[in-house]
Design a protein around this ligand. Structure first.
Ligand code: ING
Length: 315
């Protein structure tokens, strides 16, 4: 099998505090981008909402959120340097941020920027977790349903940097449909950022399950869709609220080939062989040969569980 090497880097960010400026966050991103380039990376994946603290943990008005945490332009004055440096270093990047559109609409968004510093793709988060009401008794809020609209551009794959690259964001990784829709477009790499609180505000979830479910989601998806997965955390203690680390690069075999050890700024890297995915796509997960969509219609027709359809055998 001829190899198709692709230098793949994931840049985990430690905490961004509410009082930190975008310029301070960008300075850290630049350090990580330079380290990724020095390792030979063609692409570096940054976290979800990589420019600010994870503000959906706070109750505030939409207007307050817009003024403090959203980007009305991308690139903007603080982020232009990322694009210029990417071009100089010949490295592409995935960046997550809170998007304010010209029409005033709000999305939890990420972009794919190629090695020439051009935005080649954008994805707006579709699976928004949490709630939209104020829960004053909770130790923190999770107001993505309040501050963001459901993404309106679908799940896509772009041919860029000599690969087929798909994107998603955080909670999307827990939903198998995210990955299958990307894999049905021929994705070879799926990039994603995440901010995952270490504790659950809804029930007394055992702490170890956060990391377990995070990695389980990535590994199952990588294997069942024969894709390389590059997942970047924003991690650590933001204003007293802890976010898991566990940034990881997962091979199409489902094996974790690189994983962050800290909950701070940390680069992980792998010289991924895209041909490894081909082996799985040609055999066990040869979708065209083995999938039977004529039996899957409930997946599209039903939002939540409905009546069982089983009946006694007729003959
Ligand atoms: N964060 C979390 C995530 O999906 C969450 C929210 C955590 C939902 C754990 C369910 C269980 O990783 C974001 N930003 O989606």
């Amino acid at each position: 099998m001829n190899k198709r090497p692709f230098g793949l880097a994931v840049a985990q960010l430690g905490p961004i505090q509410p009082q930190d400026t975008r310029a301070q966050a960008v300075k850290r991103l630049l350090e990580l981008m330079k380290e990724a380039a020095s390792r030979g990376a063609r692409l570096v994946v940054f976290p979800e909402m990589a420019l600010t603290t994870f503000f959906p943990r706070y109750w505030m008005t939409e207007q307050e959120a817009i003024e403090r945490y959203f980007e009305p332009t991308m690139p903007g004055p603080d982020t232009q340097i990322l694009f210029e440096t990417a071009r100089q270093l010949n490295i592409g990047f995935y960046l997550g941020y809170a998007e304010l559109t010209q029409e005033g609409r709000r999305f939890n968004t990420c972009i794919m920027v190629d090695q020439q510093g051009n935005i080649v793709g954008r994805y707006r988060k579709i699976h928004l977790p949490g709630h939209s009401d104020h829960k004053p008794a909770a130790p923190f809020q999770h107001l993505e349903k309040k501050f963001f609209e459901i993404g309106n551009e679908g799940f896509h794959v772009w041919e860029t940097m000599q690969a087929k690259i798909g994107m998603c964001l955080c909670n999307d990784r827990r939903w198998t449909e995210t990955w299958r829709v990307l894999a049905l477009q021929g994705a070879e790499i799926v990039a994603l950022g995440y901010n995952t609180p270490s504790f659950n505000i809804h029930w007394d979830e055992p702490g170890h399950l956060r990391m377990f479910h995070h990695l389980l989601s990535l590994q199952a998806a990588a294997y069942q869709n024969a894709v390389w997965v590059a997942a970047a955390a924003k991690a650590g203690n933001e204003d007293g609220n802890h976010l898991i680390g566990g940034s990881a690069i997962v091979a199409p075999s489902g094996e974790i080939v690189a994983q962050a050890q800290s909950v701070d700024d940390e680069l992980i890297y792998c010289l991924a062989d895209l041909a490894l995915g081909d082996a799985f796509k040609q055999h066990i997960f040869n979708f065209a040969a083995h999938r039977r969509p004529e039996h899957y219609q409930l997946i599209v027709e039903r939002v939540g569980p409905g009546a069982p359809l089983g009946k006694p055998p007729q003959s």
